[in-house]
Write a protein that binds this ligand. Structure first.
Ligand SMILES: [Zn+2]
Length: 117
């Protein structure tokens, strides 16, 4: 592929928007620097990258805290997450889990009441 501005060669490089396990990729011209295309490797929900949220949720399911996730990331050659980011994801997951728990409890109460009527 060639640059549409100067016909120079294009390169794929990591942009400045990478965060944790989400990578920001840019296709840019080696000669003039024009960015032809860019994409994130993860979707977002609110301001959080879904891949990072999923990684923290998976680590919690496996009984790993931030330290365990960081060791796994180091072993795989991945950047991991800052402990403050990790904790922000934990708080969001806890909040969402609590909302789901309230819905399940309300449905369960309804079913039990229905049974004894
Ligand atoms: Zn160019």
């Amino acid at each position: 592929m060639q640059c549409s501005t100067c016909n120079g060669n294009l390169q794929l490089r990591e942009g400045q928007g990478s965060k944790g396990f989400a990578v920001h990729l840019q296709l840019s011209c080696i000669d003039c620097g024009e960015i032809t295309n860019e994409v994130n490797t993860s979707t977002t929900t609110g301001r959080a990258y879904d891949v990072n949220r999923s990684m923290v949720a998976s680590c919690l399911s496996a009984g790993m805290g931030h330290s365990g996730m960081q060791k796994l990331s180091d072993g795989l050659g991945l950047p991991g997450l800052h402990h403050k980011s990790y904790n922000t994801h934990v708080d969001a997951i806890f909040e969402k889990s609590s909302e789901v728990m309230e819905v399940i409890l309300a449905l369960s109460r309804e079913k039990v009441l229905e049974f004894y009527r």
